[in-house]
Design a protein around this ligand. Sequence first.
Ligand SMILES: [Zn+2]
Ligand SMILES: [Zn+2]
Length: 463
Amino acid sequence: MHKPTHLARALALAALLAPVAWAATPTATMGMSTTPGTTQAAPAATQSALLARALSLADATENQVIEWRRHIHANPELSYEEVNTARYIAEALGQMPGIEIQTGVAKTGIKAVLKGGKPGPVVALRADMDALPVRENADFRFRSQVKAQWRGQETYVSHACGHDTHVAMLLGAAKALSEMRADLPGTVVFLFQPAEELGPGPVPSGAKAMMDAGVLDNPKVDVVMGQHINAQAPSGSLRYRQGAMMASGDAFNITINGKGGHGSSPWTSNTPTLAAAEIVLGLQNIASHRLNPMDPDGPTVVTVGLLQSGNRVNILPDTAEIGGTVRSLSVRGQKIAHDQIRLRAEKIAESYGMTADVRIDTGYEVLKNDPAATAAIVSALKAAAGPDKATEMPPTMGSEDFGSFGSTGVPVVFWNLNASPNGDKPGAPNHSTDFAIDESALRIGTRALTGATIAQLESRQAR
Ligand SMILES: [Zn+2]
Ligand SMILES: [Zn+2]
């Protein structure tokens, strides 16, 4: 997951302030969830015997999940360097009967397949494995003290986005599902993906690389699901969304080529500083004048974060550089923004007698949850967390490379697992040095993955 914009923060805050009854830590066991202050259990009709058993088996993995998580947390590795992490995962999967393991997928990724004893659809579950060049500010025993090379410099590395927990919870779900494999009506594919954090650039991020490696074929996957942890809301609650949930994330770079000279006589040169200023303003007009604010999929944001030219007050430079990001919940809006960035940069530069080289790196696709596939797991999420603790969320302008799995038309479902360590107050944001989670949420996350898989298998059986 990538840092959201201010708008996303505002939406997240709005969601936090929404009148949702956040009760204390859930007391869900055996799939029969109860919430303090109510006596209402999850609707019995929505809980099959298979789901109840799956949740119970997921609960039984809790201590093991925490042990796995602590080991991975203490041994973080950067994008496409998850060698020891992958080896550790493969060893854990190797203990689980019925699971076929394929390593070295998209460099360090793993695809593992569990065939159920009954015929049925194919459901894939994905966890990302990579850590970030962030120094962890924590004092617990398993904190990261690891350093690695990052852009030519030795840097502290830590799981500041919580991908260690994603791996551990997916291993927990694999264990639970493997134990009930004889009764599983279908096949489950476990995807341990490298390099989610790579960002837009010439090297594709892990989800795209896994797709290119064909992980959704043989067996042909019918739906891909995943979850992301954060510390923004009370521990053990889940947030899902039908439709566009997270924005695409692209980077653009514009180089304006002019001719420098002396600051005292600008008419003898053709310096690009003024053209750069006009292009920045032109880019800011895209959202207000070329994009429909009522786009049903959601908004598009264009921001400039880099503007560089010159190095001395009386020297007019030859070139200027502009860089920024496009975030969009709408594939339509994303395309319009790209076209307009090119057009405006090139035409404004041309009007000054200059050229503009425009490069746009498409990083992350819009993460758009399939409405039917999402509806199929809502009751399982409620059974996993408690009836009032799995709620629909607003979209965010943050990005996540899980969107790539849905870009070729395969239905995807993604949800958030909240794990604030501060009770009702939010914890530190993902990617920060203080990022920390409440480990008791991992049981809920494992229940969610396991339960949603059963719900998906059963719903696709019924179609
Ligand atoms: Zn992240
Ligand atoms: Zn992340």
